[in-house]
Design a protein around this ligand. Structure first.
Ligand SMILES: [Mg+2]
Length: 358
């Protein structure tokens, strides 16, 4: 039996909410993000702004250079959270296997949904209609028998569209797929793949596993499997998840605390915050930690009880982790830096009401 995954992704979520609530913004380039004078970056921008070459995660100052008329709003997290909850209430009508990736994005496993004769395409269509009716906002969807392909597919007919990859289309789709579209292939890996002449899924399928493992480590095997249409990962529901983390492997070793702290601040923490948001609707942070892998593959983690994603504590833990190998004959380089958060048990609806004093 084939699995049926649906990846739902709201279109330019934060900005769409702002335009919905302030129609004067309609037809103008709009973004939500940090102020340009404080080294802020954009979290979202609308499709008009994208025509100027503006995109999410771009420094606000640079975005304003590319598009001087860009309207940059600070954002209203509380409003986004409430809408996220509305969307979640729609998802649970269709499946209990939901894996949130951020406030506006989730994987659903609808394999066991008997509605529409089990057509995941029609289920996705229904979900998108329900979202529009409830919120006035549009969403896009990807439908596929393999998890990572559902995410790639949701991008193909964006905004306000959906795309289905049928089981019999999977291998052809992957063969033509540019490898940079595969989740986990970042800029560095993509460049390296191209250097070896690997551009598409077919290129990887025609290369060999040993070569990939030799040059890309553990990820080489992941890539090999993905390109053969193998992704046995299930939807990981938030109830069972005990921690959320983000990590990055480097193509060279880093030795200095300053460089690693910069990567932590500018790359890892924004991504972790995005991934944490949906969990913090019903859970709390219990501990935070830093993970380091050194050039000799030795691994160390440093954790501390903490109720927030406290940057000062993280910096301290990073320093502690690095100190473990200080004073040794030779200082070790760092190959991987990760940051993770331990979560409390999910609170029940009753507990939530008590907390809110209802
Ligand atoms: Mg989105």
């Amino acid at each position: 039996m084939n699995k049926k995954f649906v990846h739902i992704d709201m279109d330019a979520f934060y900005v769409s909410v702002e335009i919905r609530d302030n129609p004067k913004l309609q037809g103008q380039p709009v973004a939500v993000g940090g102020a340009s004078n404080r080294r802020g970056v954009l979290s979202t921008c609308n499709y008009i702004a994208r025509q100027f070459g503006v995109h999410s995660a771009m420094p606000t100052a640079l975005a304003l250079k590319k598009c001087p008329d860009l309207i940059v709003l600070p954002g209203r997290m509380q409003a986004y959270k409430e809408i996220s909850q509305q969307i979640r209430d729609i998802f649970v009508q269709h499946t209990d296997k939901i894996e949130p990736l951020s406030l506006d994005e989730a994987y659903l496993d609808v394999s066991n949904n008997p509605l529409h004769n089990g057509s995941a395409t029609l289920i996705a269509q229904t979900i998108r209609q329900q979202i529009y009716q409830a919120t006035g906002l549009t969403a896009s969807a990807g439908i596929a028998p393999i998890k990572f392909l559902a995410k790639i597919a949701s991008d193909l007919n964006k905004p306000n569209g959906q795309y289905t990859i049928k089981p019999e289309q999977v291998q052809d789709f992957i063969d033509e797929l540019e490898l940079k579209k595969i989740p986990g292939v970042g800029k560095v890996t993509w460049q390296k793949l191209q250097n070896y002449g690997l551009n598409t899924g077919l290129d990887v399928r025609n290369s060999n596993l040993e070569f990939l493992q030799q040059h890309f480590g553990k990820y080489g095997q992941v890539l090999w499997r993905r390109c053969h249409g193998i992704d046995e990962r299930e939807v990981e529901t938030e109830r069972v998840r005990k921690s959320v983390g983000v990590e990055r492997t480097f193509d060279k070793d880093f030795y200095s605390y300053e460089q690693l702290n910069q990567i932590l601040t500018e790359k890892l923490l924004p991504e972790l915050n995005r991934r944490l948001e949906p969990y913090l609707l019903s859970r709390q942070i219990e501990k935070i930690g830093i993970k380091l892998k050194f050039s000799d593959f030795q691994l160390t983690t440093k954790e501390q009880q903490c109720q927030t994603l406290d940057h000062t504590v993280l910096r301290y833990l990073l320093q502690e982790g690095l100190n473990r190998f200080d004073g040794k004959a030779q200082k070790k380089g760092v190959r991987l830096l990760g940051v993770q958060v331990g979560l409390s048990e999910q609170r029940t609806a009753v507990q939530l009401k008590l907390d809110l004093g209802e």
